[in-house]
Ligand binder design. Structure first.
Ligand SMILES: Cc1cc2nc3c(=O)[nH]c(=O)nc-3n(C[C@H](O)[C@H](O)[C@H](O)COP(=O)(O)OP(=O)(O)OC[C@H]3O[C@@H](n4cnc5c(N)ncnc54)[C@H](O)[C@@H]3O)c2cc1C
Length: 384
């Protein structure tokens, strides 16, 4: 660990402990998604006022500079203390770097501080009813108003997205649209940064297996978006989509791992203290430890080279397996906890267990990641 990171970690931990009362959730456990979102925005505002949210972000978007590892460290420390839901908080890492890399500098400078300070939430409009794993087949269409892409002041969007996490809470959306011919695949996609209150957008939340309305269908009907909201080049949206991977699969995972350790520690506190429990917890711990070592190496590689690629499919497979191993251990050691509503006992296992089943789907399914590992890393044949 660098001296800078070690010093930052010490300073951060001391500050978080000193402000524990102010940062702790205000709601009774387990809390609803609305509670978790409100808590995260409140915590972001406190951290922003104290200057922590700006650390590790470039100065041109209101940050105070330093390596991205600083923000990863912040997210992991918040998750380890249950101050924020790690899944929600780490979404900053999915979309803010995209804005920084692909938006006009003035737009990035205006928008990123709003995300960091808790004034806004953003969502990711990629998946469609018939385009998930095969994202390049997406159909939500954007056409230039007046017909000329070079001179159009606005683009008109029609189509549908689905599984858009937090759409109903979001002020903005990073949206992938089809701008080339229907069969142009990844060469005919363009990204836009869309205000969610634009007329013509309808958000219809979908209930998840854990009862939360975390994601939504989003419909676009003649939605007019200013041309200056295009992210990257016309028909260059695939590069925007792919730019998300390095952060999603490095710092987001690191924060998720901190949360999983915390949950495993809690299981140890309340599970029976016998040989069987030792074996079940031990197995989950070994998986988490392997995952953490892998994730650490990925982050260092990203910091050193600025780029990571297909090899992060291994991280995605491991993080999903690690998450499910932790909650499978809960299922085995706390009889009834997962089957019966446990919130009255102040526990949150049931909802977390159910949510962990989605880990092999979101951010790229386990099957598709294994295909990538087989074909691109192990050279075991092509898709044809
Ligand atoms: C909790 C959650 C949050 C999400 N949030 C967002 C979000 O904010 N924004 C967003 O855009 N999307 C989001 N998604 C959607 C997610 O990205 C997609 O669900 C995922 O990419 C899979 O796409 P799909 O659901 O269309 O399944 P499909 O692609 O239809 O896959 C169905 C099944 O077929 C398998 N399969 C597909 N292709 C192959 C292949 N070539 N080889 C072998 N097996 C294959 C898959 O592994 C899967 O088991 C979210 C999903 C979840 C569960």
């Amino acid at each position: 660990m660098s001296a800078e990171l070690a010093a930052y970690r010490g300073e951060l931990r001391a500050w978080l402990e000193a402000h524990r009362e102010e940062l702790a959730p205000r709601y009774a456990l387990p809390g609803t998604l609305d509670d978790h979102v409100a808590q995260m925005q409140r915590v972001k505002a406190i951290l922003f006022d104290a200057g922590w949210m700006q650390r590790g972000w470039p100065e041109r978007v209101g940050g105070s500079g330093g390596p991205p590892m600083l923000r990863t460290e912040l997210g992991a420390n918040l998750a380890a203390r249950d101050f924020v839901d790690s899944g929600l908080f780490s979404l900053i890492e999915v979309l803010a770097p995209t804005l920084i890399d692909f938006a006009r500098p003035e737009l990035a400078a205006e928008a990123v501080p709003k995300l960091l300070s808790g004034a806004e939430l953003w969502c990711q409009g990629f998946s469609e009813p018939d385009s998930g794993s095969d994202l390049a087949s997406l159909r939500c269409r954007a056409v230039p108003e007046g017909g000329n892409a070079a001179t159009a002041a606005r683009w008109i969007i029609n189509g549908q997205k689905v599984w858009t996490s937090l759409a109903q809470f979001s002020q903005r959306c990073v949206l992938l649209t089809r701008t080339g011919p229907a069969d142009s695949r990844h060469r005919g996609i363009t990204a836009f940064f869309v205000d969610m209150d634009t007329p013509g957008i309808t958000v219809r939340p979908i209930e998840m297996i854990n009862g939360e309305l975390e994601f939504a269908e989003v419909f676009f009907e003649d939605v007019a978006v200013p041309a200056e909201r295009m992210l990257g080049e016309l028909n260059g949206g695939w590069a925007v989509a792919m730019s998300i991977l390095p952060y999603e699969r490095s710092s987001c995972f690191w924060q998720r791992i901190a949360y999983l350790y915390r949950r495993l520690e809690r299981l140890v506190e309340i599970a029976p203290q016998d040989d069987r429990a030792a074996e079940v917890v031990g197995n989950a711990y070994v998986q988490l430890h392997a995952l953490r070592a892998r994730s650490r190496a990925t982050q260092h590689r990203l910091a050193a080279t600025g780029a990571i690629g297909a090899e992060t499919s291994i991280d995605k497979v491991l993080v999903a397996a690690g998450e499910q191993a932790v909650f499978d251990a809960v299922h085995r050691l706390l009889p009834g906890m997962v089957e019966i509503e446990d919130s009255a006992a102040g526990e949150t296992w049931r909802g977390e267990y159910l949510y962990s089943r989605a880990a092999t789907i979101y951010g790229g399914t386990a099957e598709v990641q294994r295909n990538i590992i087989a074909r691109r890393l192990l050279d075991l044949g092509s898709d044809e």
